[in-house]
Design a binder for this molecule. Structure first.
Ligand code: ATP
Length: 138
């Protein structure tokens, strides 16, 4: 089994898609092993998106991700990382994500794209340690 860190971003929470998104995760067969609604402090958001520091969209990304409550979750299951990214669809909800995916069904903008999911085992463990320190594996 594998773990991944999922964020239901502030746009999705504000639009009332928490249940819809968690439902898709559950119907896929994945398990919710941690779940919390919170507003991200700037330092947590900055660490989460550290790899994007210096990109033109970075300041507005931090502003967006800290703008209101989000849902942070640890999702578990066989190939959970790839499985959730399949559910999410590509980063740009119009150019990349296809209908049937969370972003493809509900998104219009590259930034406000509803969800985040870790992209590798290493990022998953780093992100789980950041958002849920008590669940860190090392
Ligand atoms: P995430 O890491 O949130 O799952 P991702 O791995 O699909 O997304 P990344 O390339 O890591 O995409 O970008 C991280 C986040 O930064 C995106 O999810 C999106 O919110 C934002 N973002 C990425 N590219 C752009 C862009 N060109 N303009 C505005 N925001 C962007």
């Amino acid at each position: 089994t594998e773990r991944t860190l999922v964020l239901i971003k502030p746009d999705a929470v504000a639009r009332g898609y928490v249940g819809e998104i968690l439902g898709r995760i559950e119907r896929k067969g994945l398990t919710i092993s941690a779940l919390e609604l919170r507003t991200a402090p700037t330092d947590v958001a900055a660490t989460h998106y550290a790899e994007h520091e210096g990109r033109p969209f970075y300041p507005s990304l931090l502003e967006f991700i800290t703008s209101g409550p989000l849902v942070a979750a640890v999702i578990e299951g066989p190939r959970a990382i790839a499985a959730f990214r399949q559910l999410a669809g590509g980063t740009d909800p119009v150019e990349k994500a296809v209908p049937g995916t969370i972003r493809g069904d509900f998104g219009l903008e590259a930034q406000q794209n509803l969800v985040h999911g870790s992209d590798s085992v290493e990022s998953a463990e780093r992100e789980i340690a950041l958002w849920f320190p008590h669940l860190a594996s090392r």
